[in-house]
Design a binder for this molecule. Structure first.
Ligand code: ADP
Length: 487
């Protein structure tokens, strides 16, 4: 038995394992790209809007407290300056209080001389109308880029000034970078954890799969006795077990086939050798012409045996093909038994063997293939006569059961040793006991019987005691025709 393709033509260029590692590496690379691009820009946006919220809240609070108090002259510029300087250090930003004209009133961290009149040139609060914040150097106030928010200081229903809080962009982006670093670390942890999946995959899937592949290659190369073990109780273990079972079944059927061919060859060779021996002896004069007739009769017997053997093999071969075509009909099994018994009349007379028929009722209909059942009865009766001593009797019996008809063929002959009983239905099997008695037997009769009954979905059993006799019993489906006849 060979597979239709040889695995040699299929090279494992891309193993599952390589693909999995590749997927893992791609997962890592894409993960880093995603963090470096999407996540980075998301974090920058998040940090910016968080800073805007925070700074705007502070600015509004200052506008409503210190700055409002300052404009109501409830606190001194000095005290507001000190408070804002402390606060600005705390929130890492620059805080300005401007008059609507842009004149700096207070600036955190830089004491302004009240008489100096320093302006933010070009200051235009309307740019904050659409947006909560602006980015840039706040009209050249700062050397580096800042994010600035503005809150108006109101009193008596008019704007008396503005609180501006500005934070360097570098402060905001360093917060984003910190968060980004955390994301990288998370990704790294994720990759390490997913390495566990890779290790599990190797242990649970890859190693057993590799064993199974190796075994399959061995089986494909014809080494059906190759054994391996996958000690897991999951699908892999099941697959391995099934595969080994399949291989052992193939090995068994290969062995059976070899045995079968050896048996056939042996059974063909012995008659051929004896035919050849006799013919040569006649030709070279070892057997004198006056004895030719006797030896030619032996040669004829041997050719009969060869014909019987060939016919038996052909019958078995036809029966063996699955779904054997049965031509089922309702027929009287009693009648069939009578006609089989009649066909042995001559042989029985010569051997003084009596066939007793113990049949249930006049007619007993069964549903089966008549010709094939006739062959079954013929083979069983033939054996019964062959293995019975002269002047003994053979009993053929039918018994009606509920939905079956039991048929029995019983003899009082040599019997079958217990240890042989389970083999007699195998092809070519002959018991040692029978060899002396039946030189012409092929050992195919009972296997034909079993195949025919198997095709009918029925069984055959044997009850036998050595030296006492044998009984072969089988059932057939009882035909409904019987009930119609009874009515
Ligand atoms: P064969 O053509 O040799 O009879 P079978 O398949 O019919 O082959 O039988 C197989 C063997 O079973 C026989 O050779 C014989 O040893 C044994 N056997 C079959 N029927 C009987 C029987 N009625 N009594 C004793 N032995 C039997």
């Amino acid at each position: 038995m060979r597979l239709p393709f040889h695995p040699g033509v299929f090279y494992l260029r891309k193993t599952l394992y390589l693909k999995f590692i590749l997927a893992y590496i791609l997962f890592g690379i894409f993960g880093f790209i995603a963090v470096a691009t999407f996540v980075s820009s998301m974090l920058t946006d998040y940090c910016r809007s968080d800073a805007v919220d925070r700074l705007y809240r502070e600015a509004t609070q200052i506008a409503n407290t210190y700055a409002a108090d300052l404009y109501k002259s409830e606190v001194s510029i000095d005290s507001v300056y000190r408070q804002l300087t402390v606060l600005s250090e705390y929130i890492d930003s620059d805080i300005l209080i401007l008059n609507p004209s842009g004149r700096i009133v207070v600036r955190s961290g830089e004491k302004i001389d009240p008489n100096s009149e320093i302006y933010v040139d070009g200051f235009n609060p309307t740019v904050f109308a659409d947006t909560l914040y602006i980015e840039g150097n706040f009209w050249d106030t700062y050397t580096e880029d800042h994010l600035s928010v503005l809150a108006p200081i109101t009193g008596n229903y008019r704007i008396s000034g503005y609180v501006i809080i500005s934070q360097a962009q570098s402060v905001i982006s360093s917060a984003a970078v910190n968060l980004l670093n955390i994301s990288y670390i998370m990704l790294l942890i994720l990759l390490l954890l997913s390495m566990i999946i890779l290790i599990f995959f190797t242990e649970i899937v890859y190693v057993p799969l590799k064993k199974i592949t190796t075994a399959t290659e061995q089986y494909a190369a014809g080494n059906m006795h190759y054994r391996f073990s996958v000690d897991s109780e999951d699908e892999m273990g099941y697959l391995a077990a099934i595969l080994q079972y399949m291989a052992s079944e193939i090995a068994r059927s290969e062995d059976d086939q070899k045995k079968f061919i050896a048996n056939v060859s042996h059974d063909f060779r012995s008659p051929l050798t004896s035919i050849r021996g006799f013919l040569e002896a006649m030709l070279d004069g070892t057997i004198p012409p006056e004895k030719h007739e006797k030896y030619l009769q032996t040669v004829l017997n041997e050719t009969d045996r060869l014909t019987k053997l060939t016919n038996g093999l052909l019958t078995l071969n036809n029966l063996n093909t699955d779904g054997m075509l049965l031509q089922k009909s309702d027929f009287d099994i009693n009648d069939t038994i009578r006609s089989v018994a009649a066909s042995f009349e001559d042989i029985c007379r010569r051997k003084s063997v009596r066939i007793e028929l113990v049949l249930s009722g006049q007619q007993l209909f069964v549903t089966a293939d008549r010709d094939k059942i006739q062959q079954v009865l013929y083979n069983l009766t033939d054996n019964a006569i062959k293995f019975s001593p002269a002047s003994s009797s053979i009993r053929m019996e039918t018994t009606e059961q509920r939905s079956k008809v039991l048929v029995s063929v019983r003899d009082f002959g040599i019997g079958i040793p217990k240890e042989d009983q389970k083999y007699i239905f195998d092809r070519f099997y002959k018991t040692d006991l029978s060899r002396g008695k039946d030189k012409r037997g092929t050992g195919l009769g009972l296997s034909i019987v079993r195949e025919i009954l198997k095709a009918h979905g029925e069984n055959i059993n044997v009850i036998s005691t050595e030296g006492v006799g044998s009984e072969f019993l089988f059932t057939l489906p009882r035909s409904p025709v019987n009930d119609e006849l009874d009515d």
